[in-house]
Design a protein around this ligand. Structure first.
Ligand code: ADE
Length: 320
């Protein structure tokens, strides 16, 4: 079994807890599928996420599924590798923007993960800094496959899907226009992410969501003066509104990896985590959850959520 230590984060469909395995004492992240109103747990999301992770098997840049357990109400919960550095989102807020080499290595690692999903005809569809986790050495993995979609064979409408989902800032123009979309939406989001890492804000950011959609569809792409020539070129190629001209739409990640921006990286070494990250999160003392946003970690006592649906007897310990 596992004993919950504290809550790490909470979304609309799931809550993630830091837990320790009872026999080894090792830390894991347990993802429990819940719903905002505490009822109507979306078991499809749990099943979909589990299926995607199981199909993918071990990948160095996708969060590892270590075990499946039943939560206290009998819904399967995912036991994931614990990523001690927390969300990339946290570090991007903390450091405002990253150096080009740092953004290059992060996106190379992420691109390899997305490419492996695409090889299985799975589109991820939810790339954003909140879904990227850093380990204690500074390497990165993709997490949260609740929105991912399988059986998508093409880059665009052909062999694609029509469901509208994702996060406003990162939505590709073909999703906004409901043109049907395929794997290339992930490369648009990838471009948005790379831009945000290097510039501090997504390329078409606006406080008003409607205006932001409009900018995604028509606004010219602008760069701060400190952005290098290679970085500009790769961003322009990724943030290309015409799907069939977008970098990645023809040969997937290998096409992106071959761009001058990534020329200094040996992707074999990137995959194997043999390139040393310039930033290593400092894990302060015993407070392993130090890098999770206070908003989440201090909000609730560790076992209040887990036990909320239980009888006292079941609630004896917040265990899975
Ligand atoms: N938040 C969501 N998933 C996590 C994980 N695997 N490790 C740490 N924090 C997380």
């Amino acid at each position: 079994g596992y004993t919950v230590v504290q809550e790490l984060g909470k979304g609309g469909f799931a809550t993630v807890y830091l837990a320790t395995q009872d026999t080894t004492g090792e830390a894991y992240a347990i993802k429990q599928f819940t719903s905002e109103n505490g009822r109507d747990i979306d078991e499809d999301k749990a099943t979909n996420e589990r299926a995607v992770l199981e199909r993918l098997g071990d990948h160095e840049h996708v969060v590892r599924l270590c075990d499946i357990v039943d939560d206290p109400v009998g819904v399967q919960a995912l036991v994931l590798e614990y990523m001690g550095g927390g969300e990339l989102f946290h570090w991007l807020k903390e450091h405002r923007r990253f150096s080009e080499p740092r953004a290059r290595l992060y996106t190379a690692e992420i691109g390899l993960g997305l490419g492996a999903l695409h090889d299985l005809d799975i589109v991820y569809r939810d790339l954003k800094p909140e879904n990227l986790l850093i380990d204690t050495e500074g390497h990165i993995r993709i997490t949260d496959f609740g929105l991912s979609k399988d059986n998508v064979t093409g880059a665009g409408a052909e062999g694609g899907t029509k469901t509208f989902c994702g996060t406003p800032e990162y939505l590709a123009p073909e999703i906004l226009e409901n043109r049907g979309h395929g794997k290339a939406v992930d490369w648009w989001s990838f471009g948005t992410l790379l831009y945000e890492m290097m510039c501090g804000l997504p390329p078409f950011y606006d406080t008003n969501v409607q205006r932001m959609y409009n900018k995604i569809l028509i606004a010219p792409l602008k760069f701060p003066s400190y952005i290098s020539k290679d970085a500009k070129a790769v961003l322009m190629a990724l943030l290309q509104r015409a799907v069939d001209q977008r970098l990645g739409s023809a040969k997937d990640f290998s096409e992106i990896a071959a761009h001058d921006f990534y020329a200094s990286l040996d992707m074999d070494k990137v995959y194997k985590k043999q390139i040393k990250p310039e930033f290593v999160p400092q894990i302060k003392g015993a407070d392993t959850a130090a890098h999770f946003d206070k908003e989440f970690t201090s909000e609730k006592a560790c076992d209040s959520v887990v036990t909320s649906k239980l009888s006292d007897e079941q609630a004896e310990a917040s265990n899975f």
